[in-house]
Design a protein around this ligand. Structure first.
Ligand SMILES: Nc1ncnc2c1ncn2[C@@H]1O[C@H](COP(=O)(O)OP(=O)(O)OP(=O)(O)O)[C@@H](O)[C@H]1O
Ligand SMILES: [Mg+2]
Length: 344
């Protein structure tokens, strides 16, 4: 199915063909729609990093696995496992990987009606080369998701606004659309859909993040990203920078195995302790995405911010126990128990 035009968002003005004055608020049938990256990760291990691959060198390795990655897979599949009605909005290619992605998402209960097959661009792929000691090198082909522009989002506005929460990632890695996001986030909030984004890489800078923050209900980057964005080392000061940009909602910083700090309002700081991982720590990649999945699940279910944060920490702790961002995700009852909720 192909329903999204390919237009450069910077050339698009006005209402993007969607009349915001005319539309009534759509019933929120979906809990969370996750938009953005969708990558076929080809996980190869063990790959020695100290020996050049070189010509005609054959490294015998374990069977190569294809594991969907990116925010749509890591957060999307985890959200579904935790019991949220979840959709993804992304592009895959008209290739084997694209077909496999669709099947894997569907099998795990994620609605793929807005997973579009791009007629030309391939599925985004990454060869993840993992050494014996767990270090990772990456060979990456960007592929179809990088072609998602603002017009595509507006074309799918009906689906986006049918969700209680819109989660987009990754800020810092998608400069081609980041400048357009403040307007989209504002529009979604006007339509009663709450907004969340996550960052990645070095986190980019405060521009255009400062224009997004007034339209964000949830923003909890990693410490590394937050420090780079704000130039501050202290978590309280980091949050103050975001709050001073007009962020109205939940802010926070993810702190890896130290847990996280969340803030529901100016001056409030809630420390969220990390949860002991329910198994050996195998791969921490994607823990942040799963943290978001737990957090949004808690918020959808009406938990206090602290409760949602504990569920998020439990989901993050599960994530680190398996190769692949979402593969360590456990069922809701188990995750609730890990979070310390005794009534399950
Ligand atoms: N080793 C660990 N043991 C237990 N919990 C962990 C561990 N690592 C991460 N977590 C949990 O997962 C959450 C998110 O992890 P992290 O801070 O690494 O996010 P991130 O940097 O965005 O990760 P990524 O970008 O790789 O997905 C943490 O706040 C913590 O609660
Ligand atoms: Mg992250």
């Amino acid at each position: 199915m192909w329903g999204c035009g390919l237009y450069d968002c910077v050339n698009v003005g006005g209402k993007m063909g969607y009349d915001s004055d005319m539309a009534e608020q759509v019933e929120k049938e979906i809990d969370v729609i996750v938009a953005g990256s969708c990558v076929a990760d080809l996980v190869c291990r063990p790959v020695p990093h100290d020996i050049p691959i070189g010509e005609k060198v054959l490294h015998e390795i374990e069977p190569i696995q294809m594991i969907p990655g990116g925010i749509t897979a890591n957060a999307g599949i985890t959200l579904a496992r935790l019991g949220c009605k979840t959709s993804v909005f992304t592009y895959v290619g008209a290739d084997h990987f694209g077909r496999m992605m669709r099947v894997i998402f569907e099998e795990r209960g994620v609605d793929v009606s807005a997973m579009y097959t791009h007629p030309e661009a391939p599925t985004s792929t990454t060869a993840v080369l993992i050494s014996d000691d767990g270090e990772r090198s990456f060979l990456h082909a960007k592929g179809a998701p990088k072609l998602m522009d603002l017009r595509a989002y507006y074309k799918n506005m009906e689906q986006l606004e049918s969700a209680k929460y819109f989660l987009w990632a990754y800020y810092g890695l998608n400069p081609q659309i980041e400048g357009c996001l403040p307007k989209l986030l504002e529009e979604l909030r006007m339509r009663g859909t709450k907004t969340a984004i996550d960052a990645a890489g070095d986190g980019g800078g405060m521009k255009p993040l400062e224009e997004m923050l007034p339209h964000l209900d949830v923003y909890v980057p990693s410490y590394h990203e937050a420090k780079n964005q704000t130039g501050k080392k202290d978590v309280e000061k980091i949050l103050k920078v975001y709050r001073d940009c007009g962020a109205p909602g939940i802010l926070g910083v993810k702190l890896g195995k130290e847990g996280a700090v969340l803030s529901g309002a100016d001056g409030e700081l809630i420390e969220i302790d990390a949860v002991d991982a329910p198994g050996e720590v195998v791969d921490t990649t994607g823990a942040g995405d799963c943290f978001y999945a737990g957090l949004l699940t808690g918020l959808v279910d009406g938990y206090t911010l602290e409760g949602a944060g504990r569920l998020a920490a439990a989901a993050g702790a599960c994530a680190v126990t398996a190769l692949g961002g979402w593969c360590g995700t456990r069922a809701r009852a188990y995750t609730n128990q890990l979070a310390g909720f005794v009534d399950v």
